[in-house]
Design a protein around this ligand. Structure first.
Ligand code: DAH
Length: 345
């Protein structure tokens, strides 16, 4: 019997040693210390022993029980530590690894030009107006002194939605909305930047969608000289100090007189180069004095007030400013192009 106790002890210690997971160890515990386990089985055998052998036997089995329990506990602690160590190793975070860079977008070059124009005109006390891109024929054409069948309608190929609704072909539509809204109240001083659309075939200098910024000032004694001074200031701010502005006679139905505005070439300072084709001047916008008939149609008395207006193409400004030779670059969403305007990289 005594040898049996020793044998169970050796077996139990070997089994505990061999158990390499908490589950395996628990199985060993049940096998030896459980109600139906080997140690309990030895205890039940005690009743078959002669009375004088019982105390010694009982003591031995208890010793066995304590030894096995202690060994189980030690092994359990060791296993727990091992499990924790493997987990720690698996979940380790290498704080020396470089992080993943978040790709942030950049401001689109046309929006940069828009924002520059906005801040320069707001600095001169202008308001910023916004309006619909899907526009009534009335504001885009009628109020701008371009009635049905007027030959000037052919100057702008229009996307019609229905016979009376269209995609605005110029921000001049907004000029008309603002004039009407003012109900004859003076002064008016605003710009209106926004998208416009024309049925053009896209090429290096044409795009069916582009951006304009309209300017409008109406008040008492507003003259062509005010327009020239304003545009000169704009040219100097947008293209650098020393720009000169020149007016050439032109025609727009909504202005009288109308002018085409050139700025002295920022690349050669007016001496003549390939960009300005040797002339020293580059055309940048259309402008003029608001036509008396337009003022009248919108409820202003042309005898008492006058105004100037202009419409500048933002792509044209951006192309000159940044030396871009194809307007389609603005609309292709090519990251190689857009990233060139990332000021933070
Ligand atoms: N609306 C004209 C265009 O799209 C540009 C323009 C010319 C606007 C003269 C004006 C202006 O306000 O006075 O070609």
């Amino acid at each position: 019997m005594i040898e049996q106790i020793e044998q169970v002890l050796q077996e139990a210690l070997a089994a505990i040693d061999a158990a390499d997971t908490p589950e395996a160890l628990n199985a060993v515990r049940i096998q030896y210390l459980g109600k139906k386990g080997s140690i309990q089985a030895l205890m039940t055998k005690m009743k078959d022993l002669p009375k004088e052998e019982k105390p010694a036997f009982g003591q031995k089995v208890n010793g066995l029980k304590t030894a096995v329990s202690e060994q189980l506990e030690a092994r359990q602690a060791a296993l727990k530590e091992a499990v924790q160590k493997t987990r720690m190793a698996a979940e380790a975070i290498d704080i020396t690894l470089p992080g993943t860079k978040l790709e942030a977008g950049t401001t689109h070059p046309l929006i940069m030009i828009q924002q520059e124009l906005e801040s320069l005109f707001v600095g001169m006390g202008y308001k910023i107006a916004e309006g619909p891109e899907v526009e009534d024929d009335y504001y885009n054409f009628e109020l701008a002194n371009i009635p049905q069948d007027h030959p000037a309608r052919d100057m702008q190929d229009t996307f019609y939605i229905d016979p009376r609704t269209l995609l605005r072909t110029h921000t001049t539509a907004m000029q008309m909305r603002e004039l009407e809204k003012a109900k004859g109240g003076l002064p008016i001083k605003l710009i209106c930047p926004g998208k416009v659309y024309r049925r053009d075939d896209d090429d290096a200098t044409h795009s069916h969608q582009f951006m304009q910024c309209e300017g409008l000032v109406v008040g008492e004694h507003i003259t062509l000289a005010d327009l020239k001074g304003t545009l000169e200031y704009m040219a100097n701010t947008m293209f650098g100090e020393g720009r000169k502005v020149r007016f050439r006679p032109s025609y727009f139905p909504f202005t009288e007189p109308s002018v085409e505005v050139d700025v002295s070439c920022p690349f050669c300072n007016g001496k003549g180069c390939s960009v300005c084709k040797g002339s020293g001047w580059i055309e940048i916008l259309g402008a003029g004095m608001v036509h008396p008939h337009v003022l009248e149609m919108n409820g202003f008395d042309p005898e008492k007030c006058s105004g100037f207006a202009f419409g500048v193409g933002l792509e044209r400004v951006a192309m000159l400013k940044y030396g871009i030779d194809d307007i389609r670059n603005f609309y292709m969403n090519d990251l190689r192009f857009l990233k060139m305007f990332d000021r933070f990289d």
